[in-house]
Write a protein that binds this ligand. Structure first.
Ligand SMILES: [Zn+2]
Length: 191
């Protein structure tokens, strides 16, 4: 990415919120770069059909991973993590920071998954086809709202622990949830 473009990205970052994943580049550039400014823990594990790279531009975080030989990476400014296709990963900021996600121009499927905080079993997963024209935060908000309203999805099939609801208001996502008729999320039960 050019220096000037990166500078304008940083300027834009001052105005974006947690996991906004704002597209930084024109929509015909491969790869696409999504920008977020995060200070709260990502409220789900994110996964993509293709390999991605996550870069910490400022601040710091832990990138926690599931179904991976590495459980987590600690990220400082300048660090990049390669996330293999299909690996659920969650950003846990240690301090507010700007982060970039590099995605192929046609990312295909992506998903949000939750795991039991007590025993680690997968609780629930939503999958959808990535749409470069959609507002990512709106999709995430909708997936989290669905998770919140489904007590069965939040209950661990292994140990019975019930996961907390996602605090949509803290993320500013309570106003972003799409109406039910406008949801394209496919559910997949714990497996
Ligand atoms: Zn459990």
């Amino acid at each position: 990415m050019g220096r000037r473009r990166m500078l304008s990205a940083f300027k834009a970052a001052a105005e974006v919120g947690n996991y906004a994943d704002v597209a930084v580049l024109p929509l015909d550039v491969d790869p696409q770069v999504a920008l977020s400014r995060n200070w709260l823990m990502q409220p789900f594990y994110h996964l993509y059909e293709h390999d991605t790279v996550i870069a910490q531009m400022s601040g710091g975080s832990v990138l926690r991973m599931r179904d991976s030989s590495v459980n987590y990476f600690t990220l400082a400014p300048g660090d990049n993590v390669y996330v293999p296709a299909g690996t659920p990963h969650r950003i846990e900021p240690s301090e507010e920071g700007v982060m970039l996600t590099y995605l192929p121009l046609e990312p295909g499927l992506e998903g949000a998954a939750w795991f039991c905080e007590k025993c680690g079993s997968e609780l629930h997963r939503f999958e959808w086809v990535h749409d470069n024209g959609a507002d990512p935060a709106r999709v995430y908000a909708t997936a989290c709202a669905r998770f919140n309203t489904d007590a069965g999805a939040r209950t661990c099939g292994e140990c019975g622990t019930v996961a907390d609801e996602v605090d949509l208001e803290a993320l500013g996502w309570d106003v972003l949830v799409a109406p039910e008729s406008d949801q394209n999320l496919a559910e997949s039960a714990a497996h």
